[in-house]
Ligand binder design. Sequence first.
Ligand SMILES: [Ca+2]
Ligand SMILES: [Ca+2]
Length: 371
Amino acid sequence: MKDIYGNEPPVPLGRAHLFGALAVVMVAVLLGSWLVLKMDKPGRTQRPIKAATEVKGDGSVRSKTEEAGADGMSWTNGMVHIPGGSFWMGSDQGFPDETPVHQVIVDAFWMDETEVTNEEFQRFVRATQYVTVAERKPRAEDFPGAPLEKLVPGSVVFKPPAGEVSLEEYYKWWIYLPGASWRHPSGPGSDIVGKGNHPVVHTAWEDAVAYSKWRGKRLPTEAEWERAARGGVERQMYIWGDDLAPAGKWKANTWQGKFPQSDNGGDGFVGVAPVGSFPANAYGLYDMAGNVWEWCSDWYRPDTYAQSPSRNPRGPDDSFDPNEPGMAKRVQRGGSFLCNEAYCAAYRPGARMKASPDTGLAHSGFRCVRN
Ligand SMILES: [Ca+2]
Ligand SMILES: [Ca+2]
């Protein structure tokens, strides 16, 4: 089950792992997943925009100004039009769950130009008083066997191990940190002041769904996400081509150096980068590779593609992860600032990840779509 680099698939984790492990290891520990319209051309919206238009199939133009979103602006503000059409989904150069490569047809939709930012998420929280999963006290019934004193609000952060570790010992660089949340990405001593344009992190799937609904949007299907990421360019290893760093230039916020001990920030960033710090793909979307993982609406199964309908697939009806058969998981895409060639190379547009819906990590974010 190794990939083209000879790597084992990255290990997914969920909140439940954390508390299960706590029952055994008496420390506030662990967990972690690494794993963690119709227009001829896609159009990038200008911001601020108040009068977006849509060119319909018959050539007529429809204004969307009247369809204001929750922020009083046109809902297309900050979104990019992704044309409908067919593309080759999957990859035969990655892990087995990316196969078979198959042709999929997706209707047109609009997608957020960037990952959802702290500033955007803060507007949502202020308007709704929403409390994220990481800020809620875990319920004892959800984590049988966990010491009650350990059931405190928090999330999982990345901490480089001091010495040599096996790449299978993921629990040595993921730490459950009480008080970590989107407001405090690195724990209680940290905040998001001056980081309004950073992607929001520590967002569980249900947090992402709640935000999406408030904006009158939704999470993308896995097929929509991959079509958008590939930008109309078929069967490339990366969304920008087949070279990881053409002419020595990094094209996404990933990891350089020895993982997981030391990220030398060769791409200009250690940790998250402000959204849009790297070149957009051919559709005008930023950070579809790297920076933070992005939730999709689909349940995860490794055999999804073997039974997927060819038109507007919405994922399987149930979830199955052979690594954790009892835990239902949703799909995540795009990789993060922690991804590197030696581990998961998940910034490839075909790469798939999964996590339980109640799991948010220091590199888990999302973006929304709408038809
Ligand atoms: Ca980086
Ligand atoms: Ca991303």
